[in-house]
Design a binder for this molecule. Sequence first.
Ligand code: AMP
Ligand code: MG
Length: 405
Amino acid sequence: MAISIMKALQSIYMHVPKVGFEILPIEMTVGRILAQDKVASFDLPRFDNAAMDGYAVKCSDVGKTVQCTEVIYAGDNPQMTLQDTHAIKIMTGAPLPKGCEAIVPIENTTLNETGVVLPKEIYKNAHMRVAGEDIKRGEIYLHKGERITAYASALLASQGVTHISVTRRLKVAVFGTGDELRPHFEHIAPHQLYNSNTPMFLARAQELGCEVSYIAGSADTLEALKTSIQSALGADIIITSGGVSMGDKDFTKEAFTALGMVLHFDKVDIKPGKPTAFGTLGKTAVINLPGNPLASMVNFELFVRAAIRKMSGESAYHHASLTTHIQTDISLQDAKYTVKLGHFDGQGFMPFEKQLPGMLSPLLKASAMMISTPQSKSLKKGDSVKILPIAWEFTGLEEEDFFTH
Ligand code: AMP
Ligand code: MG
């Protein structure tokens, strides 16, 4: 029985094993997933300070000419108290003197023989940065499950954090199956073909932050398949392609189950890629994709990418869609959940005219996919559609309906 795309995703989210974490210097964690909440150990800013180069003043001195004999620079630790009818010159980032009620920017003042002429309007707290206005001590400023970006690094450094715990890199092992396949670094006979899926998945898993290992392709026999599986067993995820359809030599699932894999689903209601299967073998997640390159790529993007996110501990592991419009008419004859690859140019989505499950050339330019439901019979140019980006990560905290109805 083929299960729905949503059920397949839920099964993956439920059954993929957890992986451990490691402690690394923050400089080495970009792209990784944080394994613990980070709580601020002090306020940011840490102390009240000037947001502009100017004068620390009292609001009651508005419009007056005041005396100024002192200066506070960034890095100073001032002990003085601001007195009425006085101003203290202060630089951006410098701690405020006691009694300061506002900062007047230099450009809003003039100097004359008797002192500094203040403007006619001064608002309380103007151009002052108050301790904790950005981050409060005790606040969670980064949550477990968030991806470390440049901006997360800045926050961590601002709290004096040197090391954090992040999920360790997932190990992904990939192999292809098929008597007709040869690795791309060997000679082939005219009736043979190069294995293009394995290099594709190895590269894609690397793009998604995984460590990868290449496993030699398997012939279409149970014994050969078992040998390949055994060499892949140390991985967190094993991805295979081929040998999952109705052919006489399609033994991939049998080989995995013979070695103890628990099969969670073996068919998905999706076109292309119906024979996609998912199981767990000890602490390893196994995804068997079909051999046809375009079909396997589509199901990799839908299911393997989701598994990688979930196993990495990312909180926003759900696929999130973009709503746009379709740039051409298309008819969808089959009553199936149908995936169309295409290009999103920022204005709209253009499905490729030429896309068959066995093709390779459409993959290169595919920046997004659209999944129509059995009810959507045809779409007209300009109709609203939902797309899932491939070219960049677009995810959400909640499950959503990403189908084009
Ligand atoms: P299968 O799923 O094994 O029935 O294979 C379906 C089609 O995909 C066949 O035409 C295979 O030759 C082709 N195919 C299978 N594996 C690969 C691969 N690793 N690279 C390129 N084509 C493949
Ligand atoms: Mg095959």
